[in-house]
Ligand binder design. Structure first.
Ligand code: FAD
Length: 369
């Protein structure tokens, strides 16, 4: 691993160790674990050095995200939210806002990003949250659901309607009118701090508004691009964890007088897992190269990487459960956890179907090859 993230894996290994299952079962990652990683800038490693961050490339941070995802998808989810908040501020904010918020995110504060509402899931154009100018402040009103990491966050980047367009607004959770309520018993990524966020006439300085007046879907696409590539790399991590567990089990578990790996139908499962991991990795590497070169394809390749990696992760985790048999039928086993976590990756940041619709539109806009 190159310079910006030197020692990062060791730091995660030290903090996570064998605790991911315990966090999954309790539904909580200890605050000091999150604060330590956040203070070292590891939850949003792509924040530029000039803004107090580590200045990692997308490729470097992607491989690191996969590593975190292989150890604990809940922690990786928190990391995705933090990185998406930083990216949204970086893309939509002015230099003053960069100076105010980015060093905080790279230095210990925790953040989440809220788009979804009860009636606005896949169809974010149905969003009703409003950010209204009122003298020299703005007032935010609305109800967000399923905001990853909101339970841990110090600030939430809330997307809402603003005049005839849209904006994002940075809402410190300590502001009067903000209520954060945990989502009870999520099926996967259980310790990722998912929460609903109610905003009752939350008054903030105008300086908290990012990208005011942009078309809603353009703003959403900008913010989600980071979420998509980050989730995609997290899915690579899920696949690697499943591959490791399936390989180890198939090597040692004997049935019919020989190791499972020597039964050809089990071997096919292992081959499918390896192929899935490689397909997902290559898609993510390609998307990250587009980010690192500033290619206009960075948005669409992130959609592709997310779509492919999440489907591969969901299939790969199911395959790994099959290889382990009853050994994986314990709540909290690494493969059982992966099975629950991976399925949710097909729903978020644009479900599989929504990503396919985006890719279908893109296909129709392409010139002949
Ligand atoms: P729906 O929109 O009701 O869709 C249900 C099903 O119908 C899906 O399979 C969908 O693909 C399909 N469908 C919908 N429309 C179409 C269509 N036009 N064509 C084909 N199929 C369609 N939101 C945030 O804002 N911030 C977060 O941090 C966040 N984190 C999340 C974490 C988790 C674990 C979960 C489960 C959700 C999270 N969400 C978050 C919300 C998430 O973005 C939404 O759940 C997602 O957008 C899907 O919306 P929905 O659940 O309302 O499903």
């Amino acid at each position: 691993m190159s310079e910006p993230l030197a020692g990062a894996r060791e730091a995660v290994e030290k903090l996570v160790g064998d605790r991911a299952t315990e966090w999954d079962l309790s539904g909580l990652i200890p605050d000091d674990t999150l604060r330590t990683l956040a203070a070292d800038g590891l939850l949003c490693a792509e924040v530029p050095e000039a803004s107090g961050g580590l200045g990692a490339s997308s490729t470097e941070n992607g491989e690191f995200t996969a590593y975190v995802g292989s150890r604990c998808s809940s922690l990786r989810s928190v990391m995705t939210s933090q990185g998406m908040a930083a990216w949204t501020i970086q893309r939509l904010g002015n230099p003053q806002q960069h100076a105010e918020y980015l060093p905080k995110l790279a230095g210990g504060s925790l953040a989440a990003v809220a788009f979804s509402e009860t009636e606005a899931g896949s169809d974010l154009s149905a969003m009703t949250t409003v950010i209204e100018q009122d003298g020299d402040s703005v007032v935010v009103r609305g109800e967000k659901v399923w905001t990853t990491a909101a339970y841990y966050a110090d600030m939430i980047v809330v997307v809402g309607r603003y005049g005839s367009g849209a904006a994002a607004v940075v809402v410190p959770v300590s502001t009067p009118g903000v209520t954060v309520t945990r989502v009870p018993q999520p099926s996967g990524c259980r310790a990722a701090g998912h929460a609903d966020v109610r905003l009752d006439d939350v008054r903030l300085p105008t300086g908290a508004v990012l990208g005011g007046g942009q078309p809603l879907m353009l703003l959403v696409t900008t913010a989600l691009a980071y979420g998509r590539i980050s989730v995609a790399w997290g899915c690579v991590g899920i696949l690697r964890a499943c591959l490791d567990a399936a390989r180890a089990h198939a090597r040692t578990r004997q049935q019919f007088g020989k190791p499972l790996a020597q039964h050809q139908l089990v071997g096919r499962h292992l081959a499918n897992l390896l192929t899935g991991e490689q397909i997902a990795t290559r898609m993510c590497e390609h998307a990250s190269r587009c980010w690192d070169s500033g290619s206009p394809d960075m948005v669409i390749t992130s959609v592709m990487a997310k779509q492919v990696s999440s489907v591969q992760a969901a299939q790969g985790a199911a395959t790994a459960v099959q290889v382990l048999g009853s050994a994986a039928a314990h709540e909290g086993h690494v493969v059982e956890r992966a099975y629950r976590d991976a399925k949710l990756m097909e729903l978020i940041e644009g479900s599989t179907e929504i990503c396919q619709l985006i890719l279908s539109d893109y296909t129709m806009s392409m010139p002949a090859t």
